[in-house]
Design a protein around this ligand. Structure first.
Ligand SMILES: Cc1cc2nc3c(=O)[nH]c(=O)nc-3n(C[C@H](O)[C@H](O)[C@H](O)COP(=O)(O)OP(=O)(O)OC[C@H]3O[C@@H](n4cnc5c(N)ncnc54)[C@H](O)[C@@H]3O)c2cc1C
Ligand code: SF4
Length: 493
């Protein structure tokens, strides 16, 4: 343990962020790393409590508590406090294949279960994680680890999101020959096309993919399994297959007026924006442009927030985000105790930016869209809404009731639907003829075997839309099971 009294002596310091109005002028990352000196102090705040809830990684009442990859958090907090960065990196890489992703965009369920957070703000774990790996790259410590021998076994991974990449990394290090197939033109799944550049710059992904390729992993882009290569062909060519196809089947809005022009899925908006930025710095015009428009995002989650931030950078005239639920409380509610994930009010980067530009938080709570109205050209013109009250019926079931007299008409020339995802896309799953669990691939947690021999599934395709850190965890575990399947035993963690 670094400093026994650190948690008493030092306050939490947040990662620095670029000025909201300044960062709206570009697509660069908004958060800035703390100095080594500040990070040392933050590391000293870890009380090494003995039972590190921060690294337990489980679900309590459907919410993640602790770190799903079981990062050895108190150990590297201590090493950072002592300035032993290289050893901190070694410890971090034992559990997390890609800390440069999680250290930037993980919602940090570790911090919600940090013991210090019972009485004080949590240790800034995520910032420390990011700093360790960024330093690792800067110092030249991240060099290719080329396996000394090969087993001769061939594995195909379908999908190059964090689950597929983590599985590929583990299996390659175990000496297998791994090929990752991706239907998009770039590797990374939602890391690349989904999460916007201002949260996660794409050079960070490309740097990692380059390293993985140098280590021997084959990447095949622009190739859809189930269309360009059949499931049968893939099974014939490889000893094992892992389906890491994500859960990008989008939930649609069923409503009068849904067909008007100008209404898009959030993912189409975000994907096209990133692709056009990377391909041509927007010169190709191949994106949905919010410039000068009134934008409404339907859906109160993080995907919606990313749409808000993107629309702001495109100079929209106004932007609001509709959410179904009420505003969260400042402090934990009595039924949301530590070490559960804290359901408390936070101001994400997108809301800070909207506030800076338009003077108000864009979130509208407890609101329901009743109908969408278009103009004579068939373009969306306005949304008609009503406020709702979240209450309980006589059986204690949560219900939403309309509040009479709260009807409102909102002008809108662009509407983004961000109301969630329904599971993985069915075409490829059907071709592999694996059993399904709703729209997800059926494979038991911890085993990852599907109903088809030699075919495994991991990440969002198996568990539904989740978090990067869970995808990495599942990719790692599925790799261990594939290794066991092929070799009879496995040394993979
Ligand atoms: C807009 C948005 C923002 C998010 N922000 C965060 C965040 O800040 N923090 C966080 O922790 N989580 C975030 N998430 C969730 C997180 O991105 C996912 O949980 C995670 O990426 C899932 O990883 P995965 O590897 O299972 O699947 P994905 O990342 O979805 O990757 C699946 C890949 O499979 C490919 N594929 C599918 N079918 C085929 C096929 N037939 N052939 C070839 N390739 C195929 C797809 O093209 C895709 O590239 C966000 C999600 C969205 C939508
Ligand atoms: S991966 Fe996420 S949960 Fe785990 S230590 Fe990093 S920020 Fe915390």
């Amino acid at each position: 343990m670094g400093k026994a009294t650190g948690f008493i002596e030092y306050a939490r310091e947040e990662a620095q962020e670029r000025d909201p109005l300044a960062r709206l002028q570009d697509w660069k990352e908004f958060s800035v790393r703390l100095s080594d000196e500040s990070l040392k102090v933050q590391g000293a705040r870890c009380m090494d409590c003995g039972t590190p809830f921060c690294q337990m990684g489980t679900e309590i009442r459907g919410l993640t508590s602790g770190c799903p990859v079981h990062n050895l958090i108190p150990e590297w907090n201590d090493l950072v406090y002592r300035g032993r960065w290289k050893e901190a990196l070694d410890r971090l890489l034992k559990t997390n294949n890609f800390p440069e992703f999680t250290g930037r965009v993980c919602p940090a369920p570790c911090e919600g279960s940090c013991t210090v957070s019972i009485a004080d703000p949590a240790v800034g774990i995520k910032n420390i994680e990011r700093a360790i790996i960024d330093k690792g790259f800067e110092e030249g410590w991240m060099t290719p680890r080329i396996p000394k021998s090969r087993t001769g076994k061939k594995i195909a991974i379908v999908g190059s999101g964090p689950a597929g990449l983590a599985a590929a990394d583990q299996l390659n290090q175990a000496g297998h020959s791994v090929t990752v197939f991706e239907r998009a033109d770039r590797i990374g799944g939602l890391l690349m096309y989904g999460i916007p550049s201002m949260k996660l710059e794409k050079e960070v992904i490309e740097r990692r993919v380059k390293l993985l390729a140098e280590e021997g992993i084959q990447f095949v882009t622009n190739t859809e399994i189930g269309k360009d290569i059949t499931a049968e062909q893939l099974k014939a060519d490889f000893d094992s297959v892992i389906l890491c196809t994500g859960a990008q089947k989008q939930r649609d809005l069923v409503m009068e007026g849904r067909e008007f022009e100008g209404i898009h899925f959030a993912m189409d908006y975000l994907t096209l924006a990133t692709k056009s930025l990377l391909d041509s710095n927007f010169a190709d015009g191949q994106f949905i442009d919010a410039e000068g428009k009134d934008v409404i995002v339907i859906g109160g989650g993080d995907t919606g927030a990313d749409c808000v931030a993107t629309a702001l950078r495109q100079n929209c005239r106004s932007v609001v985000q509709f959410g179904k639920h009420p505003e969260l409380p400042e402090d934990r509610a009595y039924d949301n105790p530590w070490p559960e994930y804290p359901l408390t009010f936070t101001v994400e980067y997108a809301y800070e930016e909207a506030e800076a530009k338009f003077g108000s938080d864009p979130r509208i709570y407890c609101i329901q869209t009743k109908k969408i109205v278009g103009d004579e050209q068939g373009r969306v013109k306005e949304l008609h809404t009503i406020q709702m009250e979240k209450t309980k019926d006589e059986n204690g079931k949560v219900v939403f009731k309309e509040i009479p007299g709260t009807e409102k008409v909102w002008p809108a020339q662009l509407v983004f639907i961000a109301i969630g995802f329904e599971g993985t896309e069915q075409k490829v799953v059907d071709q592999f003829a694996v059993e399904k669990n709703g729209n997800k691939v059926k494979a038991a947690y911890g085993k990852y075997t599907t109903s088809v021999d030699g075919v495994f599934a991991a990440g969002d395709a198996r568990r539904g839309q989740s978090l990067i850190v869970w995808a990495i965890h599942e990719g790692r575990e599925a790799a261990r099971e594939v290794d066991r399947y092929l070799m009879g035993a496995s040394n993979l963690p």
